[in-house]
Design a protein around this ligand. Structure first.
Ligand code: B12
Length: 209
């Protein structure tokens, strides 16, 4: 079934993809397994885009399908236990980047795992993160980005937090498509998470849950 879902997304068969998602969940497939199938499909779409086989409309349709699939999966994820509030996490997609599907999953998963989350949205300038830290007083800041351009935005955001004298008050994690451990070092962040589950582990570890 996972393979069929992957093919439906890659082949832009929107209706089939939504139907298969519901069928998989109804027959007891773990929500995270369905998300993993979507991630694989979007990887293929991304590669085809890179190779010049797909264009912006396909990229947009894939994003749109993923948003609809997320909406179907979210209620299932919310059934997961652990609703007690552990601490605060501020999250946003960094300046210049409007990818938000991955961020929204991380944000939602943090919420259902017991964190109070403030989501600043996409294309967030460093200063907006600084102001939100002063206001919301989170223990953890989560920066999302899917473009190589975002490496610099992440670095600038961490630097702005440092300049504002807030660096020691927060732990900063980064994640998203092109992000890896090297970017963590480059941006001077405290942690990198390859997916939402890794992000939650970091937040739990840092807050001491
Ligand atoms: C869908 C998509 C779009 C959609 C986005 C819709 C939306 N609302 O987000 C649209 C069409 C808008 C788009 C636009 C563009 N895109 Co685009 N897009 C993609 C695509 C296919 C999927 C991304 C995605 O959402 N994946 C789904 C999520 C769920 O995947 P995931 O990575 O597994 O998510 C997990 C982790 O990332 C992690 N995570 C995410 N954030 C965080 C944060 C923290 C703190 C932690 C711990 C973890 C974490 O947790 C998530 C959940 O488990 C990727 C290809 C790819 N495979 O990445 C290209 C891709 C990212 N896009 C790309 C490009 C080039 C663009 C454009 C520049 C195209 C253009 N010419 O205009 C624009 C950029 C616009 C901008 N300024 O941002 C390139 C980037 C290349 C690069 N090296 O920079 C990619 C890689 C495609 C490619 N192979 O060429 N795109």
């Amino acid at each position: 079934m996972s393979e069929e879902l992957i093919n439906a997304i890659v082949e832009m068969r929107e209706e089939d993809a939504l139907k298969m998602t519901t069928q998989m969940l109804d027959s007891g497939a773990p929500p995270l397994e369905v998300l993993e199938a979507c991630r694989k499909a979007l990887d293929v779409v991304g590669k085809r885009f890179e190779a010049g086989e797909y264009f912006l409309p396909e990229l947009m349709l894939a994003g749109e399908m993923m948003n609809q699939i997320s909406a179907i999966i979210k209620p299932k994820l919310a059934e997961m236990p652990d609703r007690e509030r552990h601490g605060k996490v501020l999250i946003g997609t960094v300046e210049g980047d409007i990818h938000d599907i991955g961020k929204n999953i991380v944000s939602f998963m943090l919420d259902v795992n017991g964190f109070e989350v403030q989501d600043l949205g996409v294309d967030v300038p460093p200063q907006k993160f600084v102001e939100a830290i002063q206001d919301f007083q989170p223990q953890v800041v989560a920066l999302s980005g899917f473009l190589t351009l975002s490496f610099d935005s992440m670095k600038n955001t961490v630097a702005a937090i440092e300049t504002a004298g807030l660096r020691k008050k927060v732990k900063i994690m980064i994640g998203g498509g092109q992000i890896n451990e090297e970017v963590k070092v480059y941006a001077d962040a405290d942690g990198y998470g390859k997916d939402a589950v890794a992000g939650i582990s970091l937040a739990k570890e840092w807050i001491g849950v």
